[in-house]
Design a protein around this ligand. Structure first.
Ligand SMILES: Nc1ncnc2c1ncn2[C@@H]1O[C@H](COP(=O)(O)OP(=O)(O)O)[C@@H](O)[C@H]1O
Ligand SMILES: [Mg+2]
Length: 228
């Protein structure tokens, strides 16, 4: 199993009250599997992805990636695994504004010492997401949809075994959404597992399994039973 999550939980304290954003979450994701997670705003979806991405420490539970526990690792080791094995397309803006599109895509590659020709690979990814013509532009010049495409290319630069995507098509129109979903499907078919959080029911058909998040609880669901 590529990803194995046991009893994952996250509690936040807000003043004197406590919010359990994610509760007793158990999940297995196989290599090349494409899963979608739906659920209303505030149900814990981003909190969950942030824990898998290693950006947020769980209150309890464990996460194994490639048979290796990635929770509770020393910072440096955790960042290396995260950087090499996990691509994360975060919700909202995440590009560095003083870097060009191409430099933003290259950044995760240069964060650790690596060897080899990468610029052509980065340009290939930009071409794949349809924005090679913008390689030398700065983020401030780009539309929401274009920024999202840069974030997608950047998440793929180190050829991760797991791609996390938090509402990746929320800035895209129908035609572009379809294109990005086909790209995710292709990436999954090539062996990268995909966990996508989405609000758009049209995108569910590209994945293999649909889960629903409800007040921190993750349950498996079938398209026919989706409450729109
Ligand atoms: N850093 C934080 N501190 C306190 N509460 C938080 C924090 N992040 C998220 N929450 C709370 O956790 C719950 C889940 O949030 P979130 O994971 O962002 O939901 P979703 O992505 O499904 O909209 C919400 O009640 C939210 O207010
Ligand atoms: Mg969210």
């Amino acid at each position: 199993m590529l990803l194995k999550i046991n009893g994952l939980e996250k509690k936040f304290t807000q003043g004197s009250s406590e919010v359990i954003a994610v509760r007793d979450l158990n999940l297995e994701v196989a290599k090349g599997e494409f899963i979608s997670i739906i659920g209303r705003s505030g149900s814990g979806k981003s909190t969950f992805l942030n824990m898998v991405a290693g950006l947020l420490e769980p209150t309890s539970g464990s996460i194994y990636l490639n048979e290796r526990e990635i929770t509770g690792l020393p910072d440096k080791e955790a960042s290396f695994i995260r950087n090499s094995d996990i691509g994360y397309i975060m919700q909202g803006k995440s590009l560095l504004k003083n870097f060009t599109v191409l430099q933003n895509v290259l950044l995760p590659y240069y964060l650790f010492k690596r060897y080899g020709e990468i610029v052509e690979h980065a340009r290939k990814l930009l071409d794949l997401v349809g924005i090679l013509h913008l390689e030398n532009a700065y983020p401030s010049r780009l539309s929401g949809g274009e920024l999202r495409r840069v974030a997608i290319a950047r998440a793929l630069i180190n050829q991760p075994s797991l791609l996390l995507a938090d509402e990746p098509t929320s800035d895209l129109d129908g035609e572009n959404t379809k294109e990005i979903m086909k790209l995710f499907r292709r990436i999954a078919d090539q062996g990268t597992a995909v966990i996508m959080v989405t609000h758009e029911l049209d995108t569910l058909k590209y994945g293999d399994v649909v889960y629903r998040m409800d007040e921190g609880l993750l349950t498996i669901t079938k398209p026919a039973t989706l409450a729109v």
